[in-house]
Design a protein around this ligand. Structure first.
Ligand SMILES: [Fe+2]
Ligand SMILES: [Fe+2]
Length: 239
């Protein structure tokens, strides 16, 4: 079978090309992410890349690889395990292209309670189902990694710092763009993971309001949880 993954992405060297045509203010964070390709990681990638090459289009694969590298960079910066972060980043969107009926069926088969918002938007279940696929088809049994995959779209109150890293990497990888709002969220995330999660949830909620779309209650709960933690840390630092 033809392998659609271009060689430079396989070796994690794609970051070099993200730095074309961007403002100086973006270069610092991108440099950190680019440096992630030189951080020694030790998890197996080949089987996941082969699976992905058969189940997601190349554009999505590029996003996935940027999430992997962004997660590694954020993890390194915040003293989170880089191998768990990279692996969760690589596996976070396995079920992104599963059809709504398949997502609903797999979620029901796994005994998950399906929220009314998820019933109306089954695509939201791709995070839970990606974790199911990671375990069943790629043999991932590390619950910390599986939880980071599960939490990458909606977050979750009390989620681990690893989950925060993957949640933020998915929202803020360089391919998402370089608007002032996104740059501010990247800056906040480099300063403090909880601040990043809080403000990223708010940005998502603003967009959903504007689009008159349903808001999953877990985004609100995650926002409140992260906001309280970030503010407590700020108060502690100032006292
Ligand atoms: Fe996703
Ligand atoms: Fe994603």
């Amino acid at each position: 079978m033809r392998d659609p993954i271009i060689p430079e992405l396989r070796t994690g060297k794609a970051a070099e090309h993200w730095q074309d045509n961007i403002s100086e203010s973006c270069r610092v964070n991108l440099k950190l992410i680019s440096d992630a390709s030189t951080i020694a990681t030790s998890y197996p990638r080949e089987q996941a890349l082969n699976w992905l090459s058969q189940h997601v289009p190349e554009l999505r694969l590029r996003h996935i690889l940027r999430v992997e590298q962004t997660a590694i960079a954020l993890a390194q910066h915040h003293q989170v395990d880089v191998n768990q972060a990279g692996q969760a980043g690589l596996l976070h969107d396995l079920a992104k292209y599963f059809k709504p009926e398949r997502l609903l069926q797999m979620a029901r088969d796994a005994g998950l309670a399906i929220d009314p918002v998820e019933a109306a938007n089954p695509h939201l279940l791709h995070a839970e189902v990606s974790a199911i696929v990671a375990r069943a088809e790629l043999g991932i049994h590390d619950e910390a990694i599986l939880n980071a995959i599960r939490n990458h779209t909606l977050g979750r109150p009390e989620m681990s710092r690893l989950s925060c890293v993957v949640f933020l990497a998915d929202s803020l990888e360089p391919g998402r763009g370089h608007t002032p709002e996104l740059e501010a969220l990247r800056e906040a995330s480099w300063q403090d993971l909880y601040q990043g999660v809080w403000l990223t949830c708010e940005q998502t909620m603003r967009w959903l309001f504007e689009q008159q779309r349903l808001i999953h209650p877990r985004v609100v709960l995650t926002r409140n949880w992260a906001m309280l933690l970030a503010q407590q840390q700020l108060q502690a630092a100032n006292s």
